[in-house]
Design a protein around this ligand. Structure first.
Ligand code: ZN
Length: 179
């Protein structure tokens, strides 16, 4: 396994439309395990293949939610190959989102709170499920990446510019510290 470099805005590759996976083979499984290692190292709760520069419709998610309110995070790795949303609820809920490609910036995004989705797992087996709560939000965020969409695209222009300005400022400060 290997930790891969994560692309950050404004890398144009993040705007690419990813292609469907034709066969879930060992090459795909190797990429999936590298994606998990990269996501856990970041740390993050979701990662799309394009974020490590591979334009394939592959996502990994692990909410690492503790079983008890203040317990230790429990790993629950989930793989979504060629995911599709079949239906979504009419009700949008706000959720504060962040993205490993827009480091340390967060903003509230409204998305449907419940979706029905279909995908393949790392063995190539098909799944179809109703998904709600945090997993529904994270899955929709990651699926956006497959279509070249970032969470900041869901914000007003004013809020988007604010997030990007804060990111630019943070990068200048990091560069100063490194100098
Ligand atoms: Zn993201």
């Amino acid at each position: 396994m290997a930790v891969l470099p994560i692309l950050e805005v404004p890398d144009p590759r993040l705007r690419q439309i990813s292609s469907p996976v034709e066969t879930v083979d060992d090459g795909v499984r190797k990429l999936i395990s590298d994606m998990f290692e990269t996501m856990y190292a970041a740390p993050g709760i979701g990662l799309a293949a394009i974020q490590v520069g591979v334009p394939k419709r592959i996502l990994v998610i692990d909410l690492q939610e503790p079983e008890e309110e203040d317990g230790e995070p429990v790993r629950d790795p989930r793989v979504f190959v060629n995911p599709e949303i079949l239906t979504n609820s009419d009700r949008d809920v706000p959720y504060t989102e962040g993205c490993l490609s827009i480091p340390d910036q967060y903003a509230e995004v409204d998305r449907p709170d419940r979706i029905r989705a279909r995908w393949l797992d790392e063995k190539g087996a098909a799944h179809e499920e109703d998904i709600a709560g945090t997993l529904a939000v994270v899955l929709q965020h990651e699926m956006d990446h497959l279509n070249g969409i970032l969470f900041i695209d869901h914000l007003s222009r004013l809020k988007r510019d604010m997030v990007l300005r804060k990111l630019a400022k943070q990068r200048r400060e990091l560069a100063k510290r490194a100098a």
